[in-house]
Design a protein around this ligand. Structure first.
Ligand SMILES: *[C@@H]1O[C@H](CO)[C@@H](O)[C@H](O)[C@H]1NC(C)=O
Ligand SMILES: *[C@@H]1O[C@H](CO)[C@@H](O)[C@H](O)[C@H]1NC(C)=O
Ligand SMILES: *[C@@H]1O[C@H](CO)[C@@H](O)[C@H](O)[C@H]1NC(C)=O
Ligand SMILES: *[C@@H]1O[C@H](CO)[C@@H](O)[C@H](O)[C@H]1NC(C)=O
Ligand SMILES: *[C@@H]1O[C@H](CO)[C@@H](O)[C@H](O)[C@H]1NC(C)=O
Ligand SMILES: *[C@@H]1O[C@H](CO)[C@@H](O)[C@H](O)[C@H]1NC(C)=O
Length: 819
């Protein structure tokens, strides 16, 4: 990649000389490498439209795809409208997509009723050619085959649309409608719209249902138009419209079919562009109007698109690379596009929260923390700590006002919890990495302790279930007796494992806050995962062949006898089982006990023992990947790519990351292996290619060689630049084995590093070779683990008895937490 290489080399060389840095760095534009259409087909569900970082307004064309969770898809579907609110990468039902606009060059016969109003009818005017789609940070444009070219950009709470009609005749009177609907047709009773006959302004609101949660939310809008003179305007219901009526309040449905209804406006001419500006608000129509009036004062899409691009450029600029001769653009695109997607969701709704106003930031679309805690939120700790700090404050504020930290939250509503109370991990990660500004850590601690101690009535959306049994038995039983709170009584294995890790997260914050007793108490319960280890559990493929591995987690009844779940159930090889939140679901969530078998992120040393020592641990991990028992398209797999580090085999983590990237992560519309889950997949790619992968909830990054010759990250907190540089870099990735390393010039043999690398701007130089070396393989090189490594030189074949832990750390910040 010669072109970039030159520019960036110059940039990184001058980093030491503050005065000239900006001039040089300006020659590198990371936006060149951001492709918004990655993940816009094949179930990526990515939002590929115009937005500011964390923006509430997200404008794009919506399609009628079965996988339109992010609004737009490039899969042969047709456009149904252009709307302002979206989520990105989510599963569940399609989110938001409220109040879409739709344009016609003219209505047949000049009669307003000649135009098609209902979504189901107008979709036949929504076909487009792929080539007409232009998606760039801050901008989205598309041309419908039926004639209208539609371009859009956004501010924080408003979108500006430009409609041009290239094929219009002199007598055409273009119509734009706005529909009181959303992507999943969830509008409730009494949606309303009013049209100001003189100005053409539409104002209205409706109540909708969140896409993966409970309750409802009410959203307001305000749309103004500019361009040609107004010809007429009014409202429509179903397929009929009238300029004589300006106000509509509409029922949800008749016989279950959501009634189409909304407003329309026609213009005297289609010869010049028509502009529509839609402001949105959760507070009132008046606030929707004032948001739009304040933020978008000119009818100029290019101006606001260019301002949005500048904001994005600034956001991405702390990370620069020296790609290395011969590295393809595809890698750079996957990298920067992944980074971009970490800053689309969660969304900053500060000032737009109708539920409370306590002066704290309010973020929404934590969708879901089960996905986000693993690498997306840790990524923001490095790249955008200011925003992550606001997100943490917002989580704590949500706790103050609703009583609970969320695991999932969207559109002002509680979302469904998938496993543990994983906001605990997010708080621990941020706490250990030193996030402070305005975070009330005592309050945050109170919140995580409540997760561990108090069972919510609805543990389907907050906290944890089965707390009595958890405390009494040290595990969540299958078919638990639980009359205190309610949630889907499944996932007893994965919940036990996640609750154990959540407790470890709590112990770390306790340690830091000087709460010694709590620290020990939660370290103790963080060992509960052991209670579900069944040493004699075997695993056979469905054809009867023995995998040869013995010892898996298994569910247990209340009476402490074993339940039986096939260790391959809910694995990537199992296409039959029900593994999500259904009542009939499995004892593991969205994955198998094979994979959950590695989810003891805090005590890998014990796991090494249980699996018979480092060699058999490595065999099992490799077997799981090689047999495709795990699926890189779902988040529990992320850490397993790098867990070889704990067995003293960092070389195999490097190999494994190249096994998945680029094969499963290509910069194409179909290039993601599953839902992006906000930017979870994006952050996986970004961290992997950067050469550092977090063990989230701990101050630990596992080191592999970056996929580029070097990567530099300027800390937004301290202004210092950290660099990871490969020596003997090889773009064909045969040299992916670290032979030796230096940190700030001194030999470094640990296979992990802590967050001070970023804040103190250290330099890690990795010398590569084409064979595994002894670097990072010794016990003293391994990442922290709760139990000591090699506590017994003999492999265990049975679970060691539950014991009191004597934490032992070899240093680093984790070690200090316990001293
Ligand atoms: C547009 O691209 C998508 C995704 O690659 C493809 O499925 C669809 O068939 C394409 N449409 C046309 C008209 O080429
Ligand atoms: C909708 O409006 C009608 C008429 O005013 C009223 O009877 C009904 O209760 C309203 N529905 C809701 C859900 O507020
Ligand atoms: C979030 O939004 C509020 C209100 O618009 C703004 O003051 C704040 O700076 C935003 N946060 C970030 C990190 O941009
Ligand atoms: C059974 O299935 C496994 C996994 O697909 C495969 O590796 C193995 O070769 C199969 N064995 C037989 C006898 O077909
Ligand atoms: C334990 O409970 C299970 C499930 O109710 C039952 O099938 C089993 O027989 C019980 N075992 C004993 C020893 O009570
Ligand atoms: C554990 O000890 C054995 C025997 O002393 C040694 O071969 C092995 O490499 C050690 N494992 C780790 C992870 O250091």
């Amino acid at each position: 990649m010669a072109k970039l290489n030159g520019a960036v080399k110059a940039a990184s060389l001058v980093y030491g000389l503050a005065a000239t840095t900006t001039v040089q760095a300006a020659s590198f534009d990371p936006l060149t490498y951001v492709d918004l259409l990655i993940g816009s087909s094949n179930g990526g569900n990515v939002f590929p439209g115009a937005t500011l970082p964390y923006g509430m307004a997200k404008a794009v064309a919506d399609t009628n795809s079965g996988s339109n969770q992010g609004g737009f898809t490039l899969d042969g579907s047709s456009v149904t409208g252009f709307s302002v609110m979206h989520d990105s990468g989510t599963g569940g039902s399609p989110s938001l997509g409220n109040f879409p606009l739709f344009p016609y060059t003219s209505c047949p016969g000049g009669e307003v009723d000649g135009c098609s109003f209902p979504k189901n009818d107008r979709v036949k005017f929504g076909a487009f050619s792929n080539e007409s789609v232009v998606a760039k940070p801050g901008y989205f444009g598309i041309t419908l085959n039926s004639g209208a070219k539609v371009e859009m950009t956004t501010s924080q709470h408003a979108a500006l649309f430009k409609f041009t009609f290239p094929d219009a005749g002199p007598d055409d009177k273009p119509l734009i409608l706005q529909d009181l609907t959303d992507l999943s047709n969830s509008r409730q009773d009494n949606g309303t719209v009013s049209v100001d006959g003189d100005t053409g302004r539409f104002t209205g609101n409706a109540v909708f249902v969140p896409s993966f949660g409970t309750g409802t939310y009410k959203l307001y809008f305000c749309t103004d138009f500019a361009g040609a003179d107004i010809y007429d305007n009014g409202i429509f219901v179903n397929s009929r419209a009238s300029a004589d009526v300006k106000d509509l309040t509409i029922s949800r449905s008749i016989n279950g079919y959501p009634l189409p209804g909304g407003a329309f406006i026609r213009f005297a001419s289609a010869q010049e562009p028509i502009y529509a500006r839609t402001g949105i608000s959760f507070i009132s129509s008046a606030q929707a109007c004032s948001n739009a009036e304040k933020e978008i004062t000119e009818w100029d899409v290019d101006k606001y698109a260019s301002e949005a691009a500048d904001v994005w450029r600034e956001k991405l600029s702390p990370i620069t690379i020296e790609a290395g001769e011969g590295v393809g653009d595809d890698y750079i695109k996957s990298f920067y596009s992944g980074i971009y997607r970490t800053m689309v969701n969660p969304q900053n709704y500060t000032g737009e929260n109708p539920l409370w106003d306590d002066g704290e930031p309010y973020y929404d679309s934590f969708y879901c923390i089960w996905d986000l805690f693993r690498s997306q939120m840790p990524f923001l700790t490095i790249l955008d700590p200011t925003t992550l700090t606001e997100q943490i404050r917002s989580l704590i504020s949500i706790y103050k006002h609703t009583g609970w930290l969320p695991d999932c939250r969207m559109s002002l509503c509680p979302g469904y919890t998938q496993g543990g109370s994983n906001a605990d991990n997010v708080l621990a990660d941020a706490y250990l990495k030193g996030l402070k500004d305005g975070i009330d850590w005592e309050k945050g601690y109170e919140a995580v302790v409540k997760d561990a101690q108090v069972e919510p009535y609805a543990w389907s959306t907050s906290g944890r279930g089965g707390i009595d049994s958890w405390k009494r038995l040290g595990y969540v039983p299958v078919q638990d007796f639980d009359y205190k709170g309610f949630g889907t009584m499944t996932r007893s294995i994965s919940r036990t494992l996640e609750y154990s890790y959540n407790d470890f997260a709590i112990s770390q914050i306790a340690g830091g806050l000087g709460k010694k007793e709590d620290q020990e108490k939660y370290i103790e319960s963080s060992g509960n995962w052991r209670n579900l280890f069944k040493a004699d559990q075997t695993s056979f493929f469905s054809n009867g062949t023995d995998t040869g591995f013995k010892g898996f987690f298994q569910a247990k009844f209340l009476n402490e006898t074993w339940f039986t779940q096939d260790p391959l159930m809910c694995s990537n090889l199992d296409s039959k089982s029900i593994c999500s939140l259904q009542n009939s679901g499995a004892e593991t969530f969205e994955s198998s006990t094979w994979e959950y078998g590695f989810f003891v992120p805090h005590d890998q040393a014990s796991l090494l023992d249980l699996y018979g020592g480092p060699d058999s641990f490595v065999d099992r991990l490799s077997y799981m990947h090689d047999q495709q028992i795990t699926y890189i398209g779902n988040e529990p797999s992320f850490l397993t790519v790098f867990q070889y580090h704990y067995a003293g085999r960092p070389a195999l983590s490097a190999e494994r990351s190249h096994f998945y990237i680029p094969k499963y992560f290509a910069p194409t519309p179909a290039g993601l292996p599953g839902n992006d889950d906000s930017g979870a997949m994006g952050s996986f790619v970004a961290f992997s290619m950067m050469g550092l992968f977090p063990n989230p909830g701990q101050d630990v990054y596992l080191i592999i060689p970056p996929f580029f010759e070097s990567v530099s990250i300027k800390s937004p907190v301290t202004g210092k630049t950290a660099t990871i540089r490969n020596v003997n870099f090889d773009p064909t990735y045969k040299n992916v084995y670290i032979q030796e390393a230096t940190l700030d010039g001194k030999p470094y043999t640990k296979n992990w590093i802590d967050h001070s690398f970023f804040t103190e701007g250290k330099e890690l130089v990795l010398t590569l070779g084409d064979k595994e070396s002894s670097w990072g393989t010794q016990v003293e090189d391994l990442p922290p683990s709760l139990s000591p490594y090699n506590s017994s030189s003999e492999a265990h074949t049975t679970a060691p008895a539950k014991r009191s832990y004597v934490p032992r750390f070899d240093g680093g910040i984790l070690g200090m937490m316990f001293s």
